[in-house]
Design a protein around this ligand. Structure first.
Ligand code: ATP
Ligand code: MG
Length: 427
């Protein structure tokens, strides 16, 4: 089937909206005689009049050819071999058109490109070059399979993505059961795009997610961690979370936590409040580091676990460390939270007891410590969410006014980097 091609006059994508770095990459490829398309989420977002997060280029030039063409280029990726072309402050991911996964499910080895399909049908490595059409059809959703051709400024649609953009539908390309088995992370991506764009998940895809959600157990935990961050930092975390609940993807992602929520639906209110806060921060352009995110999202659950350990006889400080580390380390089987973040969350929770100590020199010492800001942000959030500890909150807020945090040293290569949330996100 031929693609639908929208000429320049028939769509709203203009070169002015595309980063100059991506434009340079595409023109260079074109001038060297190659096909060069803007691909994926960038085209989708431009057609929707949204600001793309990044611009990816797809081409018929091989990674080696691309590397020779650009001095500022590095080849990366084991799973997908692709080129990163570096510009000041921007990386243009440039990949060679890829072919689809073969049907047989056997391990297939190609001369210099390898593809393996494991027992569950999950692709563990692929890197086979293909045609533009094949490249479009191996993408996850129809709305992510659109190309913008720098040669004539047309938009090319092999998968029906233009109609689905109009109808606000997340539709899997091909057979949903098969595509989710190949890469279960696509199920979470469906929830993220539905939540972020305000689209519906097409019925067959939705049913397939509900049937196949447990396949997420086969996804690489480090990739799951990347995806989880995208889910919660996308600016529409609350809507995305509601899709995760609706499709029941929450269970395979956060097993213990979601069972705990199920026991009492009011427990889910805390999470929703956290996510609303995340979205406000995001919309205000503030970034929250992952440890604070996890401390907040799992806060009420962690408090529950801590209380259980205290009742079993542990000292509060030990209980906080054991509860948080026990939960997050267990979660690493599915979602690999980095060790450092786990310890930071555990510090945030074990430091909460220090807010009750307001006598003597302890408050001064605490407020000057590195652990203070994150612990305080949690304390403030939980005081507001639960309408508790208002006196203490006032005390610490006043104390902060008279003890502003010390600015980091301005010079020297060993100077600490300013934390992105150093401005204090909670209002
Ligand atoms: P975002 O706005 O989050 O960047 P995106 O659609 O650009 O959304 P990316 O993760 O940047 O998502 O991926 C770029 C493109 O690569 C996607 O638009 C899609 O075409 C393709 N893609 C990404 N992940 C997958 C996947 N798991 N399976 C198939 N295609 C994928
Ligand atoms: Mg992208």
């Amino acid at each position: 089937m031929d693609p639908v091609v929208l000429k320049r006059a028939d769509h709203n994508v203009s070169r002015k909206q595309i980063s100059s770095a991506a434009i340079k990459v595409m023109y260079r490829l074109k001038d060297e005689g190659h096909t060069a398309y803007l691909a994926g989420g960038g085209v989708r977002d431009l057609l929707l009049n949204r600001n793309p997060k990044d611009f990816d280029v797809a081409t018929d030039a091989t990674p080696e050819q691309i590397r020779k063409m650009f001095r500022n280029c590095r080849l990366v990726g084991r799973r997908f071999r692709l080129a990163h072309i570096l510009f000041r402050g921007e990386v243009i991911e440039t990949s060679t058109f890829r072919a689809p996964v073969p049907d047989d499910g056997d391990e297939t080895v190609y001369c210099d490109n390898t593809l393996r399909v494991g027992e569950t049908g999950m692709v563990t490595r692929d890197n086979i070059f293909g045609t533009p059409k094949e490249d479009a059809l191996r993408r996850d959703f129809t709305i992510n399979a659109l190309f913008y051709n720098i040669a004539d400024f047309s938009v090319i649609d092999y998968a029906g993505g233009l109609n689905d953009l109009d109808d606000k539908i997340i539709r899997v390309i091909g057979e949903p059961d098969k595509r989710f088995a190949e890469d279960p992370v696509r199920m979470i991506r469906a929830a993220r795009f539905a939540g972020t764009l305000g689209f519906e998940i097409e019925q067959q895809a939705y049913d397939s997610i509900c049937r196949n959600k447990d396949l997420l157990a086969h996804a690489a935990p480090s990739r799951m961690y990347e995806e989880v961050q995208k889910l919660f930092f996308c600016g529409h975390a609350k809507d995305v979370f509601q899709w995760l609940e609706k499709t029941d993807l929450l269970h395979p992602m956060f097993h213990d936590f979601s069972h705990w929520i199920d026991e009492d639906k009011t427990r889910h209110d805390w999470v929703i409040q956290t996510l609303e806060q995340m979205d406000r921060w995001r919309q205000a352009g503030l970034r929250v580091h992952p440890a604070l995110l996890f401390a907040l999202i799992f806060g009420e659950y962690h408090e529950f676990l801590i209380q259980q350990l205290i009742e079993a006889g542990q000292a509060p400080h030990d209980a906080a460390r054991n509860a948080v580390q026990g939960h997050l380390k267990g979660m690493c089987e599915n979602v690999r939270v980095p060790k450092q973040a786990i310890y930071q969350v555990s510090d945030i929770m074990s430091n909460q007891a220090r807010f009750e100590r307001v006598k003597g020199r302890q408050p001064q010492r605490f407020i000057q410590s590195r652990a203070f800001l994150d612990a305080f942000l949690y304390f403030k959030f939980s005081a507001k969410a639960h309408d508790r500890n208002q006196d203490l909150l006032e005390f610490w807020t006043d104390l902060r006014k008279t003890n502003p945090p010390k600015p980091p040293p301005r010079k020297g290569k060993n100077a600490p980097k300013r934390r992105p949330d150093g401005e204090e996100p909670i209002g």
